[in-house]
Design a protein around this ligand. Structure first.
Ligand code: CP
Ligand code: NVA
Length: 311
């Protein structure tokens, strides 16, 4: 059993090495193929805190924790009222007294970092405003399933330079993926993310960032998109609809990628906005495999985080 992840937090993809990522993907693929990851969470309780809505993340983590022998405890914003009823630090200290692990979807990445600093138990990022590392681990497994590898695979990210895009930038840097991104002006990923990824790549940018879909899609094996307005940006929805309209992932846009290119979306999808029904439900779509892989990858991740850690 790979032990380098035991007892650690996963707040950002940058918390992982390439070997860690490979270990998670290998164990995830094994679990998906019917292999057993044991019951490392036997007798353990894991809180799942959601300050934002969720379908996939909540369900896949709850099922994964249960299958590993643990007791998942979902906590929603209105009951825990973190930062209002109690400070993030006090909530973390209390959780740490009762629980063996914390999975948290928090509005603010800073709060997640604060939570991890005040908890001994492993803390897993279930999405913040900055990153969605568990999503991208599942995405990597999905890419590996269809291409057989990660190194050198060309992925065209089409849309907002958001939390999912940031985790993709880091994962691409660690896994040697040929990531190209097309974003409207003003919606590029944060410069600090691009700089940090260049450091991970040994000083080379290693990816293409453009306002023009042409060079980004040219020869791409994967076309990836996400919503134009993320959770918390609902007030900007109309302006974003106008700013992103030319980047809709429709049949014409997909036709500009490599023949046989596959299409990915982390979901939830706003059908008719960033992606059309014909693409999402069409033969190129691997979106629902991608969603399924959340379960296998998170099961693997938790098994590795809790392996060898005394309850
Ligand atoms: N992709 C994803 O995180 O979905 P949910 O918001 O439904 O959890
Ligand atoms: N970027 C989206 C991802 C949803 C899974 C959001 O933050 O809402």
């Amino acid at each position: 059993m790979y032990s380098a992840l035991a007892g650690r937090d996963l707040l950002s993809i940058t918390d992982l090495s390439r070997a860690d990522i490979d270990a998670v993907l290998e164990a995830g693929a094994r679990a998906k193929g019917g292999g057993h990851l044991g019951r490392p969470l036997e007798g353990r309780s894991v809180a799942m805190i959601f300050q934002r809505p969720s379908n996939r993340t909540r369900l896949s983590f709850e099922v994964a924790i249960h299958r590993l022998g643990g007791h998942p405890i979902p906590l929603f914003a209105q009951e825990i009222q973190m930062g209002e009823r109690e400070s993030v630090t006090d909530v973390s200290r209390i959780l740490d007294r009762y629980l063996d692990g914390i999975v948290a979807r928090l509005t603010s990445h800073r709060d997640l970092v604060r939570m991890a600093a005040n908890a001994h138990a492993p803390v897993v990022n279930a999405m913040t405003d900055r990153e969605h590392p568990c999503q991208v681990l599942a995405d990597l497994l999905t890419v590996q399933e269809v291409t057989g590898e990660l190194d050198g695979v060309s992925v065209a990210y089409v849309g907002d330079g958001n939390n999912v895009c940031t985790s993709w930038i880091y994962a691409a840097a660690l896994c040697g993926i040929d990531l190209r991104m097309v974003c409207p002006p003003g919606y590029e990923p944060p410069p600090a993310v691009l700089e940090a990824a260049a450091v991970l790549r040994g000083g080379e940018a290693g990816f293409l960032l453009s306002h023009d879909p042409g060079p980004v899609l040219d020869g791409a094996a994967i076309v990836y998109t996400d919503v134009w307005a993320s959770m918390g940006q609902e007030a900007e929805q109309q302006r974003r609809r106008e700013d992103f309209a030319h980047l809709q992932v429709n049949d014409a846009l997909v036709a500009r990628a490599a023949p046989g290119a596959r299409v990915m979306h982390c979901l939830p999808a706003h059908r008719g906005e960033e992606i059309t029904d014909s693409v999402l439900d069409g033969p190129r779509s691997i979106v629902f495999d991608q969603a399924e892989n959340r379960l296998w990858v998170q099961q693997a991740l938790l098994a590795l985080l809790f392996a060898g850690v005394a309850p």
